[in-house]
Design a protein around this ligand. Structure first.
Ligand code: 8X3
Length: 251
């Protein structure tokens, strides 16, 4: 298969790229940090017998995204799976104390960015006679928690878009899946708390959280079900986490 993964420079995206590569799939990896993508391409091509194409762009920039998809030639247009992983949370202050530019970045990345990349790739999938879109949602799409407001809203939007795409893309044999992880020990919280490592580390202390590889495993499973089977919506959390706001810590 040819698998396009957004936000592949770290965390769930990177783990997903490695997981698919290990299983012999060709990759298109995208992200903002070109050096990190080039490094990952080198690492993967040295270890596994697969080809990796790097596309570096800011997913918030509609023109840049369109140009990148347009630049795909030959076999690279035959994308079987799009993993919409790029996304972020910024801040956990209450709504009234939060920063409006953080709101914009989250909406521009998690919602608009996802739309920018999906729209032209859907056209390729239609030409190819099918495909699979896997959207990275979150437990934040299922319940809203204190300080979650806009991040939770963007993930609720991802769930709604997943359902809407699944309905409208049915005639084209394009599967659409939502994977909603709970707390995953990645750069996610460091980004959310703007580099405050001690705040970020606290999130994953006192229990065993999910790791990026756990989510990659589920994404891979969803992408490799038989043609007549689709996982519509998968929620996965650490065993110690019940939902967005109940986690058994220091048990
Ligand atoms: C990430 C999970 O708990 O920070 O989507 O909302 S959480």
């Amino acid at each position: 298969m040819i698998v396009c993964i957004t936000g592949a420079t770290s965390g769930i995206g990177k783990a997903t790229a490695l997981h698919f590569a290990k299983n012999g799939h060709q990759l298109i990896i995208t992200g903002r940090r070109k050096e990190k993508l080039d490094q990952l391409k080198q690492e993967i091509e040295a270890k596994y017998n697969v080809e990796v194409l790097v596309l570096s762009f800011d997913i918030q920039n509609k023109e840049a995204v369109n140009q990148a998809v347009k630049s795909l030639k030959g076999k690279w247009q035959k994308i079987d799976v799009l993993v919409n992983n790029a996304g972020l949370a910024l801040g956990k202050e209450t709504f009234d104390n939060a920063d409006i530019s953080d709101f914009e970045t989250m909406i521009d990345t998690n919602v608009k960015g996802l739309l920018y990349i999906t729209k032209p790739i859907v056209e390729l999938m239609k030409k190819n006679g099918g495909g699979h879109i896997i959207n990275l949602s979150s437990t934040a799409a299922k319940e809203v928690y204190p300080g979650g407001h806009v991040y939770c809203a963007t993930k609720h939007a991802v769930d709604a878009l997943t359902k809407g795409m699944r309905i409208d893309l049915l005639p084209y044999e394009i599967k659409v899946t939502s994977i909603a992880p709970g707390m995953v020990d990645t750069e996610f919280s460091t980004v959310r708390f703007k580099g405050d490592k001690s705040k970020a580390d606290d999130v994953y202390k006192g229990f065993t959280p999910l790791y990026a590889e756990d989510v990659a495993d589920v994404i891979y499973y969803a992408a490799t079900t038989p043609k007549h089977v689709n996982l519509n919506d998968v929620v996965l959390t650490a065993t110690a986490q019940a939902n967005s706001y109940i986690t058994l810590k220091n048990a």
